[in-house]
Design a protein around this ligand. Structure first.
Ligand code: GLY
Length: 417
């Protein structure tokens, strides 16, 4: 089977074409399958209703959020990183939500806000210490989304400048894209992080629009490195990898935002799950698909340990620790929905996550600016039960995917290989 083919249809074909089945058995099987499809249709209708309610709320939120770039909320209202924090890694997501809503509704208001944020981010290009591995998070949902919408030339330039900078962080000896910056002492020259898998689509996009293979060559070399050093035997992912930046030798893993070194920070698992899936979709390489499935299988297995509860901040946090991260659930749902093209079990796991989020962690109260609550920036942060703008972004992306209306920002525009 090639990437992009649905397993569901081929499985159903083999059930019905087999002559060993008696008519009664066929009727029973047909009944079970139709029942399952009906349940799914019902769920998708509920989700569509959720999306409409989210859009109604976001219209009010957008009206009162002109000129700001939110990261989180204080007393239910957005903060603003456009003041003093223009380089923050999450600054693309609210603009991205505005593009999501623009494509869902055609409302001009959303587009205006998205374009304002895209222009504000230009300041970041002139602050080298604020240009890092997260350029994909900043400029895919803003400039590249704009370019994909109407071919805007300035947006194209912004996307390309961001991609050139990201490619420039590649260390050829260790085959990794360097994470973060330092004060010039080289202390972070050997760092790479799992999150960066989600920035690779900016490089795949740059190759698509320039026909210059360097960008995707760097992306695949980083993905190969991450497959080797970041994914453990059991399919879980480390957060930080430390290399000797001169020789490229892999030295060790570090814990980062998770509970401990060696633990499984759930947002990191979600970045790996969705990130490898995206590399598979862009390149058609089976090895990335297999890696994404291994990460997803482990994620689903760990989900099973906490049925009926939210996703913890770290799968290995102490049993009596109730801290959750709804952002990890939303990001994982996006990856699982894409993997659902190949196996229904991934789609079903995504539905389970989204049902939990929409029924238990979604605020439709128009007085609050946020959608999802119970997020965590990191396990050891003193801000527990936070709201995070990217949790909302990926929730909307997942819901739009489910109803077949997501605008391609992180995933390829077309031509799944
Ligand atoms: N990329 C940083 C984080 O996931 O918190």
């Amino acid at each position: 089977m090639t990437l992009g083919q649905s397993c569901t249809s081929s499985k159903m074909m083999s059930v019905f074409s087999g002559s060993i089945f008696c008519p009664l058995a066929s009727i029973l099987i047909y009944g079970i399958i139709s029942f399952k499809i009906d349940i799914r249709k019902g769920k998708i209708m509920d989700i569509y209703e959720n999306l409409k309610s989210i859009e109604e709320k976001l219209r009010r939120v957008a009206e009162r959020s002109r000129g700001i770039i939110p990261y989180s909320t204080v007393d239910g209202r957005f903060d603003d990183t456009s003041k003093g924090g223009i380089c923050w890694w999450t600054n693309g997501f609210f603009g991205g939500m505005m593009w999501q809503m623009y494509h869902f509704t055609g409302e001009k208001l959303y587009r205006e806000l998205a374009e304002e944020i895209e222009e504000k981010l230009d300041e970041n290009f002139m602050i080298p210490s604020g240009m890092d591995h997260d350029s994909g998070f900043k400029w895919l949902p803003t400039a590249v989304a704009h370019y994909k919408t109407d071919g805007n030339g300035r947006s194209f330039d912004r996307g390309l400048i961001a991609a050139e900078n990201l490619a420039g962080r590649f260390n050829p000896n260790g085959s990794f894209i360097r994470a973060w910056n330092d004060s010039g002492d080289g202390s972070r020259a050997g760092t790479a992080i799992i999150d960066c898998m989600m920035n690779l689509p900016l490089l795949y996009w740059a190759t698509e629009v320039t026909n210059d293979p360097r960008f995707s060559q760097i992306a695949t070399r980083h993905a190969d490195m991450a497959m080797e050093h970041f994914i453990r035997e059991n399919g879980s992912a480390i957060h930080i990898g430390i290399f000797n930046p001169e020789t490229g030798e892999f030295l060790r893993s570090d814990g980062g935002q998770g509970y401990a070194t060696g633990s499984s920070w759930t947002r990191g698992q979600a970045w790996a799950l969705y990130g490898f899936t995206l590399s598979a979709l862009y390149t058609g390489e089976k090895k990335y698909l297999e890696t994404a499935k291994r990460v997803a299988d482990n994620f689903i297995f760990r989900m099973g340990e906490r049925t009926g509860m939210g996703i913890p901040v770290d799968f290995d946090q102490p049993d009596d620790c109730m801290r959750e991260d709804s952002s990890a659930a939303a990001i994982a749902a996006c990856g699982l929905l894409e993997l659902g093209r190949y196996d229904e079990k991934y789609h079903d796991a995504a539905i389970e996550l989204l049902e939990f989020l929409t029924e238990n962690r979604l605020s439709l109260d128009e007085d609050n600016d946020y959608l999802l609550w119970n997020c965590a920036d990191s396990f050891w942060s003193n801000r527990s039960q936070m709201t995070l703008i990217y949790a909302d972004y990926f929730l909307i992306e997942a819901l739009l995917k489910l109803v077949g209306k997501d605008f391609p920002v992180f995933r390829p525009t077309e031509g799944i290989q």
